[in-house]
Design a protein around this ligand. Structure first.
Ligand code: TXA
Ligand code: MG
Length: 320
């Protein structure tokens, strides 16, 4: 059954809802492009999304919900954010807002950021899936990293093969262009990614010209990389098989036990998916132990290990 394209009838949507709840990945159509969905509250399912896409690093994902009520459980909406959701949801506008604490949504979804991207899709199959799963669904575009977004079930099948347990077929998508990503975490709304909702339509609602985020030379870079990621206060010491008793330890796989201020093993069985799912919460917890340094034991560099190491290197880099 893996990777099969299925008709999006009531039986398959119910089955897809079960699959999401059991931690499997489901590809589904939205009005923009196909998404590769996982239960946003299941860290290992979210880690498998990164694995399936072959992402070299953890770019934050969009969490799909049925509407504002569900979104406000996960994110904190200002009056302006609410006005925009009222005007454009359900639809192809993604709103980046501050994350609420302890919502059950995995830290990996937003790659350790204190903000979260939310959108209510306007596609009957996407909505029926959200309703069947009764979970917020984290979903990037259903293409391999670096490839163009998939606008047909067949594109998903050829790009992601059997990475999705099922691909719900909704025919070609209406927009064929991703959602507009708008940040509401600063003083004024900031356009992070132009998309299916035009800037002019947003400007009408906010009653002002929209700020656009550009990096040096006027080139717009990946929005996820512009946000400052969670940086531990403690200094990280990478690839350290041993540690001092006053250090905190971020371990992976089988390790020799010796005294430490605190030890968290990302995966004692050496499973990179499990490790990715635990990474951001573990960094926060070790930082809270008050240790000056966190010794990190070696993490393999294959598969998701590449993204884990990339994130650890950035956390270890001197801050500017
Ligand atoms: O139309 C769409 O938006 C599709 C469908 C499936 O919903 N999804 C999509 O997801 O295009 P993805 O992962 O390919 O793109 C998500 C974009 C990325 O540019 C990411 O950096 C940005 O949203 N993003 C997600 N969370 C963010 C956050 N907390 N802060 C800033 N940018 C964020
Ligand atoms: Mg994409």
């Amino acid at each position: 059954m893996h990777g099969r394209i299925a008709p999006a009838n009531a039986e398959w949507i119910a089955e897809a809802g079960h699959l999401i709840r059991s931690g499997a990945l489901v590809a589904f159509p939205t009005e923009t492009v196909y998404g590769l969905g996982a239960d946003a509250t299941n860290g290992e399912a979210v880690a498998r999304v990164f694995d399936a896409k072959g992402r070299p690093s953890f770019n934050p994902l969009i969490v799909h919900v049925l509407g504002l009520e569900a979104a406000e459980i996960i994110g904190s909406f200002s009056p302006m954010a609410r006005r925009l959701a009222d005007a454009f949801w359900p639809g192809p506008l993604t709103l980046v807002v501050p994350r609420r604490d302890a919502t059950g949504v995995s830290d990996l979804v937003s790659a350790g950021l204190s903000t979260i991207a939310l959108r209510a899709p306007n596609h009957p199959i996407a909505r029926a899936l959200l309703d069947a799963a009764q979970r917020p669904i984290a979903a990037p575009s259903a293409n391999r990293s670096g490839h163009v977004s998939a606008t047909r079930a067949e594109h998903v099948a050829s790009d992601l093969g059997d990475k999705a347990a099922v691909i719900l077929d909704g025919g070609p998508t209406a927009h064929g262009l991703e959602s507009t990503v708008l940040s509401l975490t600063g003083e004024a709304p900031l356009l992070l990614r132009p998309g299916a909702v035009h800037a002019e339509a947003i400007e009408k609602i906010i009653g002002a010209e929209l700020a656009r985020r550009k990096a040096g030379g006027g080139i717009v870079t990946s929005p996820g990389q512009l946000q400052s990621h969670y940086a531990p206060r403690a200094q990280l010491r990478l690839n350290s098989p041993t540690w001092r008793p006053d250090e905190a330890v971020l371990a992976f796989g089988a390790i020799a036990i010796s005294p430490a201020r605190a030890i968290i093993n990302l995966s004692s069985s050496g499973d990179l998916v499990e490790a990715a799912a635990n990474l951001f919460a573990a960094l926060r917890e070790l930082d809270a132990s008050g240790a000056e340094t966190i010794a990190v034991t070696p993490v393999p560099t294959h598969g998701l290990g590449e993204a884990i190491n990339d994130r650890l290197e950035r956390a270890a880099a001197p801050r500017g």
